[in-house]
Write a protein that binds this ligand. Structure first.
Ligand SMILES: [Zn+2]
Length: 236
């Protein structure tokens, strides 16, 4: 994902270099440039730069995520398609907003007489960086996975227990440690607990945790470790 987004920002930097060259050669005035940039719909620039690749990447990853999930209850195609469409709308919005920020950055850079490398610095502060875009995509994928998992927990067997699952390391938030330490509970119990707010969104942006069906005793290992961390007996 990061590579695709780097390509987008590089293509923009190339475009900028051409615009700057033409401007220096007297091909247009600042006023004409402002008019030209303002007349170009951001969505068109977004398409021109291939920004929809992040949306396509996301939708392809959903297929992989679903293929890797254990089904505990049927989830309808309509439900999955709706979740994907909701996310696709958000990404269209991100693309358009980013393209608008890029158009403005092009104008600011020409006015400020910035060279190409200074322009790259400017867009890295004014728009989503490849790293930020990557984090955004990862968070969306995890939230999608949590939504599907939640739907299964809701429609699946009532007595099936779930644990909060994911890496237990120095990046794990205190909230997630506490949730892992809760151990297995039915979905109804999770919903009635103080953690109901985190079941779909995670405890923070880019949270790596989610509900996982408790199907084998070995899963208790991480629960015990989280309890020891909570008690201060073990450090992460
Ligand atoms: Zn987490």
């Amino acid at each position: 994902m990061e590579r695709r987004w780097i390509k987008v920002t590089e293509e923009l930097a190339d475009k900028y270099a051409l615009i700057l060259k033409d401007y220096k050669a007297g091909a247009f005035t600042i006023e004409e440039l402002a008019g030209f940039l303002a007349a170009q719909p951001p969505a068109e620039l977004a398409r021109g730069l291939g920004m929809q690749s992040n949306t396509n990447f996301l939708l392809n990853r959903y297929e992989e995520v679903l293929a890797g999930m254990v089904a505990h209850a049927p989830v309808t195609e309509t439900f999955l398609a709706s979740l994907q469409t909701l996310d696709a709308h958000i990404y269209e919005g991100i693309n358009t907003k980013t393209a608008a920020e890029m158009q403005k950055a092009v104008f600011q850079a020409v006015v400020g007489d910035l060279n190409e490398s200074q322009f790259r610095d400017l867009i890295s502060t004014e728009t989503l960086t490849p790293k930020q875009m990557n984090a955004q995509v990862n968070d969306t994928i995890r939230t999608f996975q949590r939504s599907v998992q939640t739907e299964q927990a809701q429609t699946g067997p009532e007595n099936l227990q779930w644990i909060w699952s994911g890496p237990l390391d120095d990046r794990t938030s205190d909230d997630c440690v506490m949730m892992i330490a809760e151990g297995p509970m039915t979905y109804a119990e999770w919903q009635a607990s103080q953690w109901s707010w985190a079941l779909q969104s995670g405890t923070h942006f880019n949270c790596r945790h989610q509900l996982e069906a408790f199907v084998q005793q070995e899963q208790i290992g991480e629960v015990k470790r989280a309890q020891s961390v909570e008690e201060g007996a073990v450090k992460l």
